[in-house]
Ligand binder design. Structure first.
Ligand code: HEC
Length: 102
């Protein structure tokens, strides 16, 4: 078993650290605290007026942000404005950060 687990662990790590695709959780946290926490609360907990975004999967989070950017989601002009400020890399970082929260 040991012999099998070691290469598997390495394979998993190199997959997560794939160059160009690695999202930066620490950068996502900084962005979240500066730009998102005012509405979505500390650690994305949300409240009566704003949805909780902590613990969203990277896929759901990224899709939502893309939909605000491309105008598919129009429910909140404020949120559309926030999304349009972000690059794809910033969205990936924020997605990775919020996915680590519960
Ligand atoms: C001015 C207040 C405001 C700020 C700042 C803000 N949001 Fe939002 N956000 C909203 C509102 C309101 C909604 C709900 C809109 C809707 O129903 O489509 C929302 C919805 C979302 C959703 C969709 C949640 C879901 O379950 O569908 C995501 C993801 C999100 N925000 C991420 C962010 C991120 C990331 C930031 C920081 C870059 C941010 N928001 C900053 C107000 C804000």
């Amino acid at each position: 078993m040991k012999n099998l687990m070691l290469p598997l662990t390495f394979a998993a790590c190199s997959f997560l650290a794939a160059p160009g695709e690695a999202a930066d959780v620490a950068a996502g946290k900084v962005l979240a605290e500066e730009s998102c926490a005012d509405c979505h609360g500390d650690e994305g907990a949300g409240d009566d007026d704003y949805p909780a975004i902590a613990g969203l999967s990277v896929e759901k989070f990224t899709k939502a942000m893309q939909e605000y950017q491309d105008g598919t989601r129009t429910k909140s002009a404020k949120m559309t404005k926030e999304a349009k400020k972000l690059s794809a890399a910033q969205i990936a970082d924020a997605a990775a950060y919020y996915a680590t929260l519960k």
